[in-house]
Design a protein around this ligand. Structure first.
Ligand code: FAD
Length: 355
């Protein structure tokens, strides 16, 4: 197989966009994807999530996104990704879960179990879905009811007749309350006061949210998700839950978890059957640990004050769908920036080879 010019890790929106642009630049590459089918994280979203529920899925370069209709998002987006992969003949190998990337005297070695690939550069596009974040609360392990994270959400019917505590202040929690409050008892707890947005989501508001994440990445801090800083908005399908008071009854976080419920900071007790942790995700980058990309502040610094995709600590590595580009629009654009970054790095490597 020899040495590739680039290996893209992950074939979600960000990885497909990067592969498309690498191909256009004539860069010999491979895409390794952990899933057995096309669709990135979208194939794992719950069945009740339709294309009208999602915030908006940006188009892949040179294509149009699936329509905003009643189709299931976990079918419509994977089908459009699959068609895109075929149409452009993208060089994707799956399922391959990369567990480590190491450095062998200037050449990057991508490992998946016993299998290895050698490459001059990598584009990391592994998203966040495989790294759900679960905060720790005292007594958590003593709870006898059910604890689920967003990744496990089985759809609303599962919760009928159960008292459900939904934890988290992001879009997922708002959507879960919208679906569950009309069916069953819900309680909502968030760490911070939610920021509600009543205006339409303007391009300026989107740009401001991205800028906020860029500032964190520029300081080498772990990024927050772009979607989590865009503010919350109630849609038509959440109006019934609002009328029932599900959002107004929000509480600040509990102080501990007990076998049958949670204890609030004021000492009162709340019995619950289920705790649904809508507490988000973290970037899935642990396989990059051998390259020591993290700053002392815990994040990976990217060039151009967080607006680029090149890792400051190692310019052979591009990160797409990370920090400011962790939304479908951002991931798409970052694919082009990353391909150019790879091209630049390959030119630099070629110049540095003697003779
Ligand atoms: P992913 O789609 O997660 O793709 C990553 C790929 O990498 C996967 O195919 C995975 O198999 C692969 N992978 C992971 N680890 C490895 C590994 N070690 N080795 C090999 N392959 C690996 N954003 C929006 O802009 N609009 C929305 O409406 C929206 N709705 C959302 C709803 C929910 C419930 C959630 C959780 C997120 C939502 N987001 C939304 C954020 C969204 O996830 C991203 O915008 C976008 O889908 C991420 O694309 P990606 O290519 O970076 O990652």
């Amino acid at each position: 197989m020899g040495i590739f010019d680039s290996i893209v890790i992950g074939a979600g929106q960000a990885g497909l966009s990067a592969s498309y642009h690498l191909q256009r630049l004539g860069i010999r590459h491979l895409v390794l994807d952990a899933d057995s089918k096309p669709g990135g994280a979208w194939q794992h979203r719950w069945d009740a999530l339709t294309m009208t529920d999602v915030h908006g899925v940006a188009e892949l370069p040179g294509s149009t996104p699936p329509p905003r209709d009643a189709q299931r998002a976990n079918r419509a987006v994977p089908a459009s990704f699959a068609a895109y992969e075929r149409q452009h003949g993208l060089p994707i190998v799956r399922p391959v879960r990369v567990d480590r990337v190491t450095d062998d005297d200037g050449i990057l070695v991508v490992h998946a179990g016993e299998r290895t690939w050698r490459t001059r550069t990598i584009v990391n596009a592994t998203g966040t879905w495989t790294h759900p974040f679960l905060p720790h609360y005292p007594g958590m392990e003593t709870f006898v009811g059910e604890q689920l994270h967003t990744v496990d959400y089985p759809g609303p019917e599962h919760f009928r007749g159960k008292r459900v505590l939904i934890v988290g202040g992001g879009a997922s929690a708002v959507q879960f309350l919208g679906a569950l409050a009309p069916l069953t008892d819900t309680i909502w707890a968030t760490r911070r006061e939610p920021v509600w947005r009543t205006d339409d989501f303007t391009p300026e508001a989107g740009a401001a949210a991205v800028a906020l994440v860029e500032r964190r990445v520029a300081q080498g801090l772990p990024p927050e998700s772009v979607v989590s800083v865009t503010g919350l908005m109630l849609r038509a399908q959440e109006r019934e839950a609002e009328r029932l008071g599900a959002y107004a009854a929000r509480r600040a976080m509990f102080s501990r978890i007990e076998p049958d419920g949670v204890r609030w900071a004021d000492g009162s007790f709340e019995p619950v059957d289920v705790i649904l942790w809508a507490t988000g995700f973290r970037p899935a980058v642990s396989h990059l640990a051998p390259l020591h990309l993290r700053s002392a502040a815990g994040g990976i610094r990217l060039e151009r004050n967080g607006r680029g995709t090149t890792a400051v600590a190692d310019p052979r590595v591009q990160l797409v769908g990370y920090g400011p580009s962790a939304s479908t629009i951002g991931a798409n654009r970052a694919g082009r920036t990353a391909a150019k970054g790879v091209q630049r790095e390959l030119a630099r490597i070629a110049e540095s080879v003697p003779g």
